[in-house]
Design a protein around this ligand. Structure first.
Ligand code: NAD
Length: 327
């Protein structure tokens, strides 16, 4: 039976993709709850054990399974062995992979989700909190974008995110599974993947740190709603704790629209970059405008992001500076 006031207290929680960027912050945040245990399932394709080191220090009994969330039987046996009640699903192949391997990215992201839906339907755990993405909306048809905005995904990654949301909703409508979906806008912060599939913030910081000029793709007037990663992690816990979020999709964003040009200029200023900024051709599938309407999470449980862009960028620059110095 669904609890009136869900609480993580004394529960075993699984985080798929928990060694990744947002997942590891969620794990950090979960450590502060009075839960029984945290189980991370991550195949480490992009996740890193180092992302979990502070959480493991604070919560040594946490378990990390370096296994593939694509395998139905693997997930089923971990759910059983660890007596999991709640799954936060963040395992994903990112947008940039979908530009090179579109079919693989689409089926990968959808298959993980359909397995979790099926395992929930069959009673192997109780609640799914699924991480969607604002990319599912495509470019803004009106601004700010609320949860009723049409889904017009541009990339195969975005299509996989939209498909997962529809899939989970279909299980909710047909089988009454206990679920909430959060739809974060662009996240940034320390630990964001800085390698081949990196996002604009770590790419820009890393380029400046290595003496290379930052790059703007297209005219730079494309906009995003940047949300600091700890705010998203906080929101995920609040979403679990609020029964009013069940059966709903909820935007997580700052409600502030920033152009890529302004973002890159701000990072360059903060890093005292005196050189030029390069312009390169537009990236395929790049959405033109993104800004969230976050009234729903405000109305449901009074959620406001705590970290603004200035503070968030300073934390992030400091992290990558320290990280590259220590290498
Ligand atoms: N980063 C953003 O700006 C952003 C914005 C909106 C939504 N999201 C969503 O947030 C979630 C987390 O994204 P992120 O930015 O932290 O990405 P990330 O790449 O840092 O983390 C994803 C993790 O999933 C793991 N993974 C991938 N395939 C797996 C598999 N088959 N089995 C087990 N683990 C697997 C990876 O190793 C990685 O650790 C995703 O659902 C993403 O769509 C991210």
């Amino acid at each position: 039976m669904t609890e009136l006031n869900p609480s993580l207290e004394d529960k075993n929680i699984m985080v798929t993709g928990g060694a990744g960027f947002i997942g590891s912050y969620l794990v950090d945040r979960l450590v502060g709850e009075k839960l029984r245990n945290i189980v991370v399932l991550d195949n480490m394709v992009l996740g890193k054990m180092s992302n979990l080191s502070s959480a493991i220090k604070r919560f040594p009994k946490m378990k990390v399974y370096k296994k593939d969330a694509l395998s139905y039987n693997t997930v089923k046996s971990i759910l059983k062995k660890e007596d999991i009640e709640v799954v936060f699903n963040l395992a994903v192949l990112p947008l940039k992979v979908s530009l090179i391997k579109p079919k693989w990215t689409f089926t990968h992201n959808v298959d993980i989700t359909v397995n979790l839906c099926e395992l929930l339907r069959l009673g192997h755990y109780k609640t799914l909190i699924h991480c969607s993405s604002s990319e599912a909306y495509g470019t803004s048809e009106y601004a700010p974008m609320d949860e009723n905005h049409p889904l017009n995904p541009t990339t195969p990654y975005a299509a996989s995110k939209a498909a997962c949301d529809n899939l989970i909703y279909s299980y909710y409508r047909t089988f009454g599974i206990d679920m909430s979906i959060l739809r974060p806008f662009n996240n940034y912060g320390p630990r964001q993947n800085e390698g081949t599939y990196a996002g604009v913030v770590p790419i820009t910081i890393k380029r400046i740190l290595s003496g290379k000029p930052p790059v703007i793709h297209g005219d730079g007037l494309q906009t995003r709603d940047f949300t600091y990663v700890t705010d998203t992690a906080d929101a995920m816990i609040k979403i679990y704790n609020s029964i009013k979020t069940r059966g709903r999709i909820l935007n997580i964003g700052s409600g502030v629209e920033t152009s890529i040009k302004d973002l890159i200029t701000l990072i360059a200023e903060k890093m005292c970059w005196r050189g030029k900024i390069l312009h390169q051709k537009e990236r395929p599938g790049d959405v033109r405008r993104h800004i969230s309407n976050c009234f729903l999470i405000r109305d449901l449980f009074g959620f406001y992001p705590k970290v603004g862009l200035n503070q968030g960028l300073e934390n992030t620059i400091k992290y990558y500076k320290n990280n590259s110095l220590s290498k």
